[in-house]
Design a protein around this ligand. Structure first.
Ligand code: SF4
Ligand code: MG
Length: 317
């Protein structure tokens, strides 16, 4: 178990309205044990699909998903079921992901039941889970509707950690919550990561949340990863014009600094992922686009150690 756990995911395709969409095209990355990789980009850019493909909930038609060195496509159903205990997902909407007719005790003991882990200690374990996510033991006999949005997300998180997973995909887990509650839930994720040695893929369109939680950040545009690097680099010295535009839109606390910093406004609309532009998919909106950008696809390459980017101009003087 001292081998680092890695997750790699390559291209995937899925069908939409009978057209084949390259929803996540050539996305490839690895996660190291204990880290948080933030995934940002506009809605529809393929973040959620990437999250599902990493968990092998959607099967890539090309490429592989590896977990802890194992190629998930080569596993038998029973082996995959066993591995599922290690991988969980938390969605945006805590209202729709909880069964309203079940008491909290049943919701939280369900993972043990599903995986045939009858120990006779389930109630004790459920109480422990409640404590870990900051809910009182009296929650046991209540139903989801008796809780606030933030509390319900705590219940969803408690269920996700019930089997002590190693890896959780967090897909916009705080986006449906009030801003005041968001930071509490973000802090809970951080605390549980330390206690349980968790690895996160943290998907969010909210850059301030991503800045708070991530070690590294990946930026997606129209189904492609365009830049990946450690958080500081991506926020302070992004190389890809799309990342630069995203970052320039974040308000700076000091208005003087804001004036010094040039805000990059993107022209045009977000193209349909059904018909992504040829060459560099960003060329229809890129302030620096050149003739070659509409013809040739830029390579995904390591511009400096650990900093990956796909843009023709990067590295040229
Ligand atoms: Fe812009 Fe060309 Fe770089 Fe794409 S490859 S981001 S269009 S400069
Ligand atoms: Mg999404």
């Amino acid at each position: 178990d001292n081998i680092k756990k890695h997750y790699t995911q390559s291209s995937k395709l899925f069908g939409l309205n009978r057209s084949v969409v390259k929803a996540v095209d050539g996305v490839s990355f690895e996660l190291a044990a204990g880290e948080t990789l933030g995934l940002v980009g506009e809605s529809g850019c393929g973040k959620s699909t990437t999250g599902r493909a990493v968990l092998y909930l959607e099967r890539p038609t090309e490429g592989t998903t590896r977990f802890n060195g194992q190629d998930l496509s080569l596993l038998k159903a029973e082996q995959l079921r066993e591995l599922r205990k290690d991988m969980q997902i938390v969605f945006q909407d805590p209202y729709s992901s909880l069964n309203v007719r079940m008491k909290i005790r049943d919701i939280l003991s369900e993972p043990f039941r599903i995986h045939g882990l009858h120990t006779g200690r389930e109630i004790q374990m459920v109480k422990e889970l409640l404590e870990m996510v900051g809910l009182p033991p009296a929650s046991l006999d209540k139903y989801p509707h008796e809780f606030s949005g933030g509390q319900r997300q705590r219940i969803v998180i408690a269920r996700a950690i019930a089997l002590r997973p190693k890896f959780i995909v967090c897909d916009e887990p705080v986006s449906a919550l009030d801003v005041s509650v968001q930071s509490q839930i973000v802090n809970l994720f951080g605390q549980l990561q330390k206690e349980l040695d968790l690895t996160y893929l943290f998907i969010s369109h909210d850059l301030s949340v991503v800045r708070h939680v991530s070690d590294r950040v990946g930026v997606m545009y129209l189904g492609k990863m365009v830049e990946l690097g450690d958080k500081k680099t991506i926020f302070q010295k992004p190389l890809h014009p799309y990342t630069q535009a995203l970052m320039s839109a974040i308000p700076v606390p000091n208005p003087k600094l804001q004036r010094q910093r040039e805000k990059i406004t993107l022209r045009g609309e977000l193209p349909s992922p059904l018909h992504p532009p040829a060459g560099c998919r960003f060329h229809t909106r890129c302030p620096w686009a050149e003739a070659r950008c509409s013809q040739a696809e830029p390579q995904w390459r390591e511009a400096e150690p650990g900093h990956w980017v796909a843009c023709h101009l990067v590295g040229e003087t």
